[in-house]
Design a protein around this ligand. Sequence first.
Ligand code: MOS
Length: 736
Amino acid sequence: MSAAAPAPKANMGEPVPRYDARLKVTGMARYPSDVPVSNPAYAFLVTSAIAKGRIRRMDLSDAQAVPGVLTILTQDNTAELKPLAFGGGGGGAATSIQGLGPEISHDGQIVAVVVADTFEAAREAAYTIDIAYEPQEPSATFASAGVTEEDASKASERAKHLPQAGDADAAIAAAEVVLDAEYGTPTQHHNPIELFTTTCVWDDDRLTVYEPSQFVYGQKNNVAKKLGIGPDKVRVISQFVGGAFGSKAQLTPRTALIALVAKRLNRPVKLVATRDQGFTIATYRAETHHRIRLGAGRDGKIVGFSHEGWEVTSRPDPYAVAGVEDSARLYDFGTVTTHVTLLHADRNTPGFMRSPPVVPYIYALESAMDELAVKLDMDPVELRRRNDSMKDATGKEWSSRSLMRCYDQAAAAFGWSRRTPQPGSMREDDWLIGWGCATAVYPSHVGAAAARVRLLPSGQARVQIAAHDLGTGAYTVIAQMAARELGLPFEAVEVELGDSDLPPAPVAGGSNTTASACSAVMKVCAAIRAKLDMPAPVTGQNFDLKAAFEHANLGSIEEYAEFLPEGTKPEAISNLYAGKPTLGGGSHGKKLMYALGAEFVEVRVHARTREIRVPRILGAFAAGHIMNPRTARSQLMGGMIWGISSALHEATDIDRRNARYVNDNLADYLVPVNADVQELEVILVSEEDREVNPAGIKGIGELGNVGTAAAVANAVYHATGIRIRELPIRLEKLLV
Ligand code: MOS
């Protein structure tokens, strides 16, 4: 990887090192399960060995006899937990499968919780519990007997109004060139390095939950509902999160179970679920299938686009990814038809996973665009240019769109003009070289948020907001924003995040955190400046803070403010306090608001062994104001590396007979290591968009991950002439 930090450019903040860098590298950053609690008991989960059926009998006698065992939760003693409706959006219940039996709805469902004085005793006891099941034949996935289909637009709020424009079927039928192809993406699991943990501590009737979370206010309100207590009795603390990627955005069943047992034992209880349990007690990215039809003129102008998606979900819950919402907007297709079908199987409920709507759907579209370019005998960048437009087929306009600037900068840096289009034509000795490209796109979300800032005459400031740092750099950019707005050095700002006692921020999902939190901080800082008669800060300005405080006759200033994005109803704030975030932007407002990018990949496929290598990957991205080029670059890099993973490595394999995940560990679940990622370059393309939010920020946490898989697949085609339409592309698929 090239190591040089980019020089600051127009509309870029300073590339300051991370606020929490020292804490992270010295091991002092306290992740939720690291927080010391007094005299904890340890929980171990027992999960179902069948995917469908009933528990007939559970024999706990051996388990109870293990020295140190304190109690065991089962279906027989947990009836007081209230059922919580499936959340769908950010912060709600991740699944409606919440009971410990007797009905079993998926493999690995939690059926008991053993609590003991030590982790070892709890684990030993868990393995001695003897469960007799009445199994039934489960339905695992696509093409399994017994799956049921459902029209997503009827089942899911998200998919209710999917984009349609004109008569796409007729336009495609009449088009000079037609591409009709099907694509598939596999099951994937987030596998954050930090496992799924929960520690619960009661102090009389007040509960504190330490749990890695993307939404502490959602956790707080929903765990209160599960327990049947007031939300004012619950505090959720999650100051550092060791990877989440969507898997820690909603309430999973474990939290209320640990809270309940801690209350019962009148003792803190700590759970660290195992890696394999993480595959079934939380969410994941379910497998998808796509049929894409594109009709175009010989000149490359697309006249019709049809995108049909099929997605697997659990038996009860209509979780829908529905990325046609975004694929249908990406170019001016003239006419559009979209449809999404859900397949209900005997599986745990899927959920958000990095860039959820767009990753599978844009992979399909951007592969199809490459196939269309081949059919047209046109350069794939040129095909995008001919269909680039400031409005989509429904007539909606973009607030800003820098797609072709991204393509042009990326193509120049990559050396794209040296590409010869014929597959296999760029061979070097035994290696077939392929160059491919694809578009990255992610909706620019922003939500209502509140923040509190205190400023002292000494020039020290403290920012408080219950936003979340998932390792993304939230502490850093929030400190930068306060420093900028108050004219202070970065080091003078202290930031407190991840605690439901602080003013609320939205779920850290949909890449909204920087935009939402920074907009709220801007508003509070403006209120502080008004009190001190302080001019809007200019870099390098000289303002006598002490004198201003004296003049105002104040010893310190503390301000609280609520930020409402344009067009948001005022109740968005009370909803946020109640754990229900509202995220606007993307395709949902008056204008289309998206961050965009162009990714270029070089692959090398060995002519005989078909070993696949990615020596070079480069992306250029435009995402409005970039708060910190250093943290932004890290996010985009990580996203692209994950894209390489999706393209070549990653898939959860399912044993179809038992509807069970097979490779549920980090030895068998393949992800790229450093040797798989060689040269990687990020170009930040300057862009200004004052419509997205007051801070002009478009999120980038998920952008880099989009389009990479298609760029790799397109490069593999260019190297070999073989078009792989089912991810991941592993070498056996190229042995033809
Ligand atoms: Mo992210 S997958 O939107 O939590």
